[in-house]
Design a protein around this ligand. Structure first.
Ligand code: SAM
Length: 286
C-alpha cells in the first residue's frame, strides 16, 4: 500500500490525463515506486523543521513524500504542463499540507531566489543531462542549504564523490568538494522509473562544509584553475596551466609557489591545492 504516494497506476493515469510524453531532452524519467521515494526521503534525513527545495518534481512522486516530512517544500519545474498540474496533485493527495507547498515554474539554472523562508535542504531526482550544473548552481546560490541528497546517473554519482587519485576524479568532484563533504549514498535500479532509463542511478549526499577552503582567491578564480587543469587531463599541470598563467614557465612558478609539483596532474590535487594555485596566479605585467 502506498497511501497518498504515487504508484505505477497513478503515474500512468496522471500522465495520460495530462497528455504527458516524457522527453529525453528534459531528462524526464518518473519514479513509479513508493518505496524508492520513501528511501530517498529517509536517506536525505529530512527533518520536520526543514525548508526543502526540490528541482524537477515532475508528476510529484518525490514531492509528496518530501512535503509530508518537511516543514515546507519549494519545487522548481521547467516543464509548463508538469508545473501547472503539480499543485492540483498536491491539493488532491495532501490537502492538509497544501499551504506548505510552493511551485516555481522556471529553469533551475535561472533561479536566484525562492519564495518563503531560506531553504535548508535540497532533495532531487535531477534531470540527468544537467545534473551537475544544476547541483553546483543551487549550492552556490543558496548558502543556507546544509544537506543535499540527489539522485543522478550512477557514473555521475561516482564522479561527484571521487577522491583525488581516483580515475574518475575530475571537475565535478573538486567543485562539489569546495562546498561539501560528498558521499555516495546508495544505488537505484532502472526499473523504478517510467520510462526506464538505460543507465542505473545513484544517490549522492552532500553535507555543507562549515567553512569553504581557506584562501584569498575567489571561488571563480579557483574554479578557473580546476577547469584549466582538467581540460587537458593527461598533461602535467605545468603544461595544462600554461594558458591560464600566460606561459609554461609562469605556470611552473605559480605551482612551485603553491607547493605543488609542476609535474603533477590535476587528478592528484585536493580542492585546497587548487585554491593555493589560484592564489598565485601571475598578475598582468604592464
Ligand atoms: N522528481 C520526479 C520523479 O522523481 O519522478 C521527476 C524526475 S525527472 C528525472 C527530472 C525532472 O526535472 C522532470 O520533471 C523535468 O521536466 C525537470 N527538469 C528538467 N530540466 C529542468 C531544469 N533545467 N529546471 C527545472 N526542472 C527541470
Amino acid at each position: 500500500d502506498h497511501g497518498h504516494l504515487l504508484g505505477p497506476a497513478d503515474i500512468r493515469e496522471l500522465a495520460a490525463a495530462l497528455g504527458v510524453r516524457p522527453t529525453k531532452q528534459l531528462g524526464q524519467n518518473f519514479v513509479i515506486d513508493a518505496n524508492t521515494v520513501r528511501r530517498i526521503v529517509r536517506t536525505a534525513g529530512v527533518r520536520p523543521e526543514d525548508v526543502v527545495v526540490e528541482i524537477g518534481p515532475g508528476l510529484g512522486s518525490l514531492t509528496l513524500a518530501l512535503l509530508e516530512a518537511a516543514d515546507r517544500l519549494v519545487a522548481v519545474e521547467i516543464d509548463p504542463v508538469l508545473a501547472q498540474a503539480l499543485p492540483t496533485t498536491v491539493q488532491a493527495r495532501l490537502p492538509g499540507r497544501f499551504d506548505r507547498f510552493s511551485l516555481v515554474h522556471r529553469d533551475a539554472m535561472q533561479v536566484d531566489e525562492l519564495p518563503g523562508p531560506a531553504p535548508t535542504a535540497l532533495v532531487a531526482n535531477l534531470p540527468y543531462n544537467v545534473a551537475v550544473p544544476v547541483l553546483l548552481h543551487m549550492l552556490a546560490t543558496f548558502p543556507t542549504i546544509q544537506r543535499t541528497l540527489v539522485m543522478v546517473q550512477s557514473e555521475v554519482a561516482d564522479r561527484l564523490a571521487a577522491r583525488p587519485g581516483s580515475k574518475v576524479y575530475g571537475v565535478p568532484s573538486v567543485k562539489a568538494a569546495w562546498y561539501a563533504e560528498v558521499k555516495r549514498a546508495g544505488a537505484i535500479g532502472r526499473n523504478v522509473f517510467w520510462p526506464a532509463p538505460n543507465v542505473d542511478s545513484g544517490l549522492v549526499s552532500l553535507v555543507r562544509r562549515a567553512q569553504p577552503p581557506k584562501t584569498s582567491a575567489r571561488r571563480e578564480e579557483v574554479f578557473a584553475v580546476v577547469d584549466a587543469a582538467f581540460a587537458q587531463r593527461r598533461k602535467t599541470l605545468r603544461a595544462a596551466l600554461a594558458g591560464w598563467a600566460g606561459s609554461a614557465a609562469a605556470a611552473e612558478a605559480a605551482l612551485t609557489a603553491a607547493g605543488v609539483s609542476p609535474q603533477a596532474r590535476g587528478e592528484a590535487l585536493t580542492v585546497e591545492e587548487f585554491a593555493a594555485i589560484a592564489e598565485h596566479k601571475p598578475g598582468i605585467e604592464l
